[in-house]
Ligand binder design. Structure first.
Ligand code: NAD
Ligand code: UD1
Length: 341
């Protein structure tokens, strides 16, 4: 039985391919390469020593998705494909509703037509909005505050409705906190186009001398040093959580046929703590300047991880030093990311 990985040439999807191939599963990747480089597929093959089935397909092309599902006799889907930049989503919401919501609808329709009824879905902690209590449990009220977050919430609701309509469907909705780091080989990692939106890739580019300094967005939050606190999780741990989610779906030992699990470490680190940790890992200075708060940012957010422990018997293993070390290794080995982008 083969697992279809949508967006498998992207940052998290590529690490997921490695984890599943190394665990002995067969996978097929579909990706439209809108935010990925085909070189990534070669690297996955090199790391695992296995050939990777890849089809350049857009999830919105329902007929093409059905062809892939049938050709590879897929039994489950891990769904990463989508757009993910909050700022961009406020400027071009239609692109986000099209790629994320319409795309997922077409993907689910294709699955339905092919009798494939298991999906692991990449959701985000962004669906919680401003925290009303910490740590954030899966029961925390949902309040997405930007178009990107709303697309994730709409998709989650779509999955809940489908699961209610027919118990044969099984969904695991995984709400990621802040994935960072890279595979320890340094062969795959995060390769943002243009100026990185997220903290870790920006810090890495400053350390590498590609950018002059980090702008710290706000130093007057009600946190231990005034800067924003987030729950960073090593991408290798994150994808290990997907393996456990897949095993749980396959074993039927799940709380329901549509269940939600936070994937984080449960610990929060501030921007300045991240900078110090990266300075230690890279042995470089990261010049910082204070800048105004970024619109839509919350002061502090970190996960309650007890559901993951209960349902998956899983928790993250890598600490902050490992996250920084592996990011730095990837950046040093690939100073311009996957070449030619
Ligand atoms: P990414 O951009 O690296 O990967 C997404 C992949 O999907 C890319 O390879 C892109 O080419 C592909 N893609 C986009 N639209 C497509 C379409 N219509 N058809 C086929 N392929 C398409 O992003 P990532 O960081 O690996 O994120 C993966 C998933 O996890 C996304 O759904 C994202 O919203 C979610 N997520 C990411 C983070 C994060 O911090 N990286 C946090 C929370 C949730
Ligand atoms: C962002 C997204 C969120 C997404 C998450 C993971 C926004 C508003 N939210 O969240 O939807 O799920 O990424 O992909 O974009 N920071 C700086 N300087 C920088 C970059 C970031 O100080 O150049 C600070 C931020 O203010 C924040 C922290 O670093 O306090 C982390 O930022 P980031 O990596 O963008 O993640 P999130 O804000 O959690």
């Amino acid at each position: 039985m083969t697992i279809l990985i949508t967006g498998g040439a992207g940052y998290i999807g590529s690490h997921c391919c490695v984890a599943f191939l190394e665990a002995g599963h067969d996978v097929v990747v579909i990706d439209n390469l809108s935010n990925a480089h085909p070189e990534c597929i070669e690297r996955i093959a090199e790391i695992t020593g296995k050939k990777v089935a890849f089809e350049e397909v857009d999830i919105r092309d329902q007929a093409a998705v059905e062809r892939v599902l049938r050709k590879h006799q897929c039994s489950a889907v891990i769904h990463f494909a989508g757009l993910k930049a909050v700022g961009e989503s406020t400027k071009d919401p239609l692109a986000y509703y099209d790629n994320n919501v319409v795309g997922t609808h077409r993907l689910l329709s294709a699955m339905s037509n092919c009798g494939v009824r298991q999906m692991i879905f990449s959701s985000s902690a962004t669906v919680y909005g401003e925290p009303q209590f910490l740590p954030i449990t899966e029961k925390h009220p949902l309040n997405a505050v930007n178009p990107y977050g709303r697309t994730k919430l709409i998709i989650e609701d779509m999955l809940r409705d489908i699961a209610t309509s027919n118990p044969a469907w099984k969904f695991s909705i995984l709400r990621y906190f802040n994935p960072v780091g890279a595979h320890k080989s340094g062969m795959i990692g995060e390769d943002p186009l243009g100026i990185p939106n997220n903290l870790m890739p920006f810090i890495a580019q400053v350390a590498a001398g590609r950018r002059e300094q980090l702008s710290v967005f706000g130093n007057d939050y009600d946190t231990r040093d005034g800067t924003g606190v987030r729950d960073y999780i090593h991408v290798v741990d994150l994808v290990a959580g997907h393996l456990r989610a897949y095993e749980a779906l396959a074993s039927r030992e799940t709380p329901s046929n549509c269940f939600v699990v936070n994937l984080g470490t449960g610990a929060g680190y501030s921007v300045l703590e991240m900078v110090s940790a990266f300075e230690r890992a890279s042995n470089k200075q990261i010049p910082c300047v204070t800048a105004p708060r970024r619109n839509g940012d919350v002061a502090e957010i970190y996960a309650d991880i007890s559901t993951a422990l209960e349902v998956f018997d899983w928790k993250a293993e890598n600490d902050l030093d490992a996250m920084c070390r592996d990011t730095w290794n990837w950046v040093c080995k690939n100073p311009r990311g996957y070449e030619g982008r």
